[in-house]
Design a protein around this ligand. Structure first.
Ligand code: CA
Length: 220
């Protein structure tokens, strides 16, 4: 599977046990994981398989029909969300890279979900700001440039309906959030973001220690 452990807080043995006792990626998903791993070190930006399984389940549990993703990379998270949508569901994918997202497209096609995905190449904030109607999405996933997390959440708070869910990735930042020696800009941004959303009246907030930290924001 992935060569680089994202669940840094688990032993390799415990991580393997969890993977062995959760719904496994199917052939199409494994194909995309392998195609992404072939890119080398950058493949760390792909979400972990157990997180993908959780996101498919969450999409189904909340009965999401319309979803939006900020940061698609090679399309694994999009594949997992799209599979959880009904046939007439829609997932808007925002990413700046044509080069990376096009790796995922054949796998979306193979999974039969390509027609549910509206891929928009360009800065995500611009894309979000072009969507005028409020409360149009049931589910959102943020996994993009960390300094913009606060801006993405502000836009999505308008676009996700009350009772809908915003998921935010990498909020433990490989444990650096609690490392007193970590003073780089991204770590500080994530710390500030975590503190802000935990006390934000717009959301119920749960930071779950799955993979590299996944924050659940339920829109009030
Ligand atoms: Ca991520």
């Amino acid at each position: 599977m992935s060569d680089i452990p994202k669940s840094f807080q688990l032993s390799a043995e415990m991580h393997a046990y969890i993977l062995d006792h959760s719904t496994a990626p199917d052939e199409t998903q494994r194909g995309l994981i392998e195609a992404t791993n072939a890119l080398g070190g950058v493949s760390i930006m792909q979400i972990a398989p157990e997180q993908g399984a959780l996101m498919t389940m969450l999409t189904r549990l909340i009965g999401a029909k319309r979803a939006i993703e900020v940061g698609t990379f090679t399309g694994y998270s999009a594949l997992c969300i799209a599979r959880g949508l009904p046939e007439d569901g829609e997932l808007v994918c925002c990413d700046i890279s044509d080069e990376w997202t096009k790796i995922g497209i054949p796998f979306w096609e193979k999974a039969g979900v390509r027609d549910r995905i509206d891929l928009r190449i360009g800065p995500a904030l611009d894309t979000l700001q072009t969507i005028e109607a409020a409360d149009v999405f049931d589910l959102a996933f943020i996994d993009a440039d960390k300094p913009s997390y606060g801006n993405y959440v502000d836009e999505l708070a308008r676009l996700v309906r009350p009772g809908g869910l915003i998921l935010v990735d990498n909020t433990l930042w490989f444990g650096r959030v609690i490392d007193p020696d970590a003073d780089d800009a991204d770590t500080q941004v994530i710390r500030d973001f975590n503190t802000k959303v935990a006390h934000d009246d717009r959301f119920d907030c749960v930071l779950l220690p799955i993979s590299d930290g996944l924050t659940f924001l339920r829109v009030r």
